[in-house]
Ligand binder design. Structure first.
Ligand code: B12
Length: 145
């Protein structure tokens, strides 16, 4: 875990997925978010879903960013968003996901549809950092798919 907020609640909760050990994606995204003025609670790699849910309830971030690059992001991300949306207190929290979510390296329309249907406000492809930056810079963090 790496928290850049001191005292006040962070504006963004950044997290990997439960199976994903990759770390530099999270470091990179934290720096991008901080560069545009956010304070970030970075849960780091391999957080269990329950830790992400608990942290969202405790910290009440305005935006939750899920990053996965190990190829299991679709399944992990689907399970995670269902756990988050199952809590009525998190029903309105803006949650986005991105990275290398599958192993074929192709943007998959069916995957994006299923992730958004399950509750993600936006699904970012690996290279959509400019769009991500623009979305994160907007306030409130209501993303448009
Ligand atoms: C280092 C590395 C590892 C290290 C990680 C060490 C660590 N502590 O981080 C180790 C050796 C542990 C590892 C393990 C594995 N790895 Co690995 N790893 C890499 C490697 C070489 C570099 C990753 C990296 O640090 N990149 C630097 C960061 C800054 O960039 P990034 O991760 O690409 O993230 C960028 C984008 O994805 C995007 N992004 C990411 N998240 C998000 C979220 C949002 C919202 C947005 C907008 C953008 C975004 O923005 C980031 C910055 O540009 C890549 C290959 C490569 N050259 O990229 C493979 C790679 C990610 N690994 C891969 C795989 C398959 C694995 C393993 C499954 C291998 C195995 N069979 O065991 C395991 C998985 C372990 C696990 N439990 O997760 C694959 C993933 C394939 C896929 N998704 O299609 C890759 C792409 C290699 C490949 N070409 O096959 N790995």
């Amino acid at each position: 875990m790496n928290f850049s907020h001191v005292g006040a609640a962070p504006s963004v909760l950044l997290t990997g997925t439960s199976s994903d050990a990759h770390t530099w994606n999270l470091v990179y995204l934290q720096l991008v978010l901080e560069e545009i003025g956010h304070t970030v609670a970075n849960l780091g790699p391999c957080p269990p879903d329950e830790l992400v849910v608990r942290s969202c309830l405790d910290l009440r971030p305005g935006l939750v960013v899920v990053s996965s690059v190990n190829g299991h992001g679709f399944n992990d991300g689907l399970r995670l968003i269902r756990a988050l949306r199952a809590d009525p207190e998190l029903a309105g929290t803006t949650v986005v996901i991105g990275g290398k979510l599958v192993t074929d390296g192709l943007r998959n329309v069916g995957m994006v549809r299923r992730l958004t249907a399950a509750g993600y406000d936006r699904v970012f492809d690996d290279g959509e950092l400019a769009d991500f930056r623009a979305m994160a810079a907007r306030s409130p963090y209501r993303a448009v798919s």
